[in-house]
Design a protein around this ligand. Structure first.
Ligand code: SER
Length: 603
């Protein structure tokens, strides 16, 4: 038996012994990245460093990262797919490359001190090569040298053995993946390997991305300036296969939650129908994801846009599936309590924020429970009218009514209709919604397709302007202003901060002028690496709750002895504020109780 805690520890011990610094998991909500709603991989928060920024802890890093992927949400309920999962990862930022990484992987997987997997239960895949990049014989050679025989090294095309860029452009490269043989079977050919993989007899547990290219705006893969390693190992899957389990719900970070759900439904493990099993798994997965989002320090709450909408969808879908397996009263808090107990020791913010987790879940459940019952009746009635219609489709207006009057997320209506053999005119629904609110759901969905942080000149400039804005608010509005959220695109910055009331016109003018004065003074932007304690001592602004990362980067904007801003930040920033142009506040808004937002541009 190997537990999740043991797996994490072994991973960290191994990579520390190879000179890696352990860094804390970043937030589930990406900083400064408007292209994705959630952190989807360990590499995501590290993009600036993969592009060449210096990391304060050096060139070798490892961590366990909280991840959410919603792309596979329809597969959740099967044995392996999860919305929230933990990813172990290690990185080389322009340091060691392919050969060393393959050797590390083999040692960690098979070494007696580490996972001790018998070599014959492993197969690996490498990139087969195409017009963009050559066949990766280097990686294959390294595997052979490490001890994997040729017949268990397979070459596959880009669809399987290539990672990134997550957006249109950025770092990417071939990858090499490692598969555990769940059964003691060996493949005789690549074709057979693919068959075993498809049916789950072989299970992918680790992916080493060999980031040697950069995809540019013209779609050309050019050699990257810096060659990086980015790897990802799914904790839940790996723990499952190492323990001979055939699904992730029996691993130690999911089993207590799953059993609580069955218990609430008055059912026994192993004695449920396939449908009931699927529902219980969906409830487990979705509420765990909801607890992790609510438990994140970013303070996301259920809403109708962006991350808040996804959170709402998780909670509401979990409630609906609960009804399907006979859980009728309020139950979310009970499941959440078990979840906090399991996840709190791994990600301490979840324990710290548990009061908010429980109260937000209860509020959302309260809001939705009655609506679900009434809305379900309305939907059933609508469908019974449509039963004889030539096309078994719920029109957009019907779905929109359910959304507006009963809070049914579109995806939930689609699922409910599908169960009864109906489709939904979701295209027209999007149009109605667009008319109804500023942000279309489609816009939000597109964000999921993912993208890397845009490190263009424009975003870098806006990033520096954000530091000045932050300080200007402290100077002009209140001394204890701090950042609650930040989002930067190539066009504008968006900054959320604590404030009890609306800023006056005069305050806004003063803030704007303060920032422009700093820009006009041609202040220098300097970066220093120091310990967290020292950063505190020198008065740097920023988040101090780092757990393992004892070194941070502090950016100082100053002219002579005048310091405009000092802030802990990963970067990147411009070198001198004269590059910024004119700062202009476009509007201020209220985001939630006690939080205001400023949108601004550089002209
Ligand atoms: N970025 C790669 C993945 O998500 C490796 O971490 O699989």
């Amino acid at each position: 038996m190997i537990t999740s805690a043991q797996l994490r520890q072994k991973y960290f011990d191994f990579f520390k012994s190879k000179g890696h610094a352990l860094i804390p998991s970043a937030s589930l909500i990406p900083e400064n990245d408007p292209t994705v709603l959630f952190t989807t991989a360990g590499m995501h928060p590290l993009v600036p460093y993969l592009l060449g920024e210096a990391h304060p802890l050096g060139k070798r890093l490892c961590d366990v990262q909280k991840c959410i992927r919603t792309g596979d949400i329809d597969d959740v309920g099967d044995a392996w797919h999860l919305s929230f999962f933990e990813m172990l990862g290690n990185w080389s930022l322009g340091d060691y490359f392919k050969k060393e990484m393959v050797a590390f992987s083999y040692e960690f997987l098979t070494g007696k001190k580490y996972l001790g997997i018998p070599s014959e239960r492993l197969s690996v895949t490498c990139f087969a090569g195409d017009a963009d990049a050559p066949r990766d014989i280097e990686a294959a050679g390294a595997w052979e040298k490490a001890g994997v025989p040729k017949n268990r090294i397979h070459f596959l095309a880009k669809a399987d053995n290539w990672w990134g860029p997550a957006g249109q452009t950025g770092p990417c490269g071939p990858d090499t993946e490692m598969f555990y043989h769940v059964k003691d079977i060996q493949e005789k050919s690549t074709q057979e390997f693919e068959k075993y993989n498809k049916e789950g007899t072989f299970c992918e547990i680790w992916n080493d991305v060999l980031m040697q290219y950069n995809k540019n705006e013209k779609g050309v893969y050019e050699e990257g300036k810096q060659k990086n390693i980015d790897t990802g190992m799914g904790v839940e899957r790996t723990v499952a296969v190492l323990n001979g389990l055939d699904n992730v719900y029996e691993t130690d970070t999911l089993k207590p939650i799953f059993e609580k759900v069955l218990d609430l439904a008055g059912k026994k493990s192993g004695k449920v129908s396939a449908e009931e099993l699927r529902s219980a798994r969906i409830i487990t997965d979705h509420l765990r994801a909801a607890v992790m989002i609510l438990g994140d320090n970013k303070g996301i709450v259920p809403s109708n846009v962006d991350q808040g909408y996804i959170l709402r969808r998780f909670i509401r879908r979990a409630i609906r599936h609960a009804r399907l397996i006979g859980i009728n009263g309020n139950f979310c808090k009970e499941v959440a309590q078990v979840t906090v107990k399991v996840m709190g020791p791994v990600f301490e913010e979840v324990e710290k924020n548990k009061a908010r987790v429980f109260s937000e879940l209860e509020k959302e459940e309260e809001k939705f429970s009655v609506a679900l019952e009434n809305g379900t009746k309305v939907l059933e009635k609508k469908l019974s009218f449509l039963d004889k219609a030539p096309k078994k489709e719920l029109n957009a207006k019907g779905a929109f009514d359910l959304f507006q009057s009963y809070g049914f997320p579109l995806e939930m209506t689609i699922e409910m209709c599908k169960e009864k053999g109906f489709s939904v005119d979701s295209k027209r629904f999007e149009e109605l919604l667009k008319q109804h609110q500023e942000l279309s759901r489609k816009g939000a969905e597109q964000k999921f397709k993912g993208g890397l942080l845009d490190n263009s000149v424009e975003t870098t400039k806006l990033h520096t302007a954000t530091h000045l804005l932050n300080e200007a608010l402290r100077q002009i509005v209140r001394k204890d202003t701090y950042q609650k959220g930040c989002n930067i695109t190539a066009e504008r910055l968006r900054f959320d901060f604590n404030a009890d009331e609306k800023l006056t016109e005069e305050q806004l003018k003063k803030v704007e002028a303060w920032v422009n004065d700093a820009i006009k003074s041609e202040a220098e932007v300097k970066m220093d690496i120091m310990g967290v304690e020292e950063a505190k001592k020198v008065g740097a602004q920023g988040v101090f709750d780092s757990k393992y990362g004892e070194k941070v980067k502090v950016y100082t904007i100053s002219k002579g002895s005048k310091i405009f801003s000092k802030e802990i930040c990963g970067g990147p920033h411009v070198k001198n504020t004269k590059e910024l142009g004119k700062f202009k506040i476009q509007k201020q808004e209220s985001v939630a109780a006690g939080i205001r937002r400023i949108k601004a541009v550089l002209e």
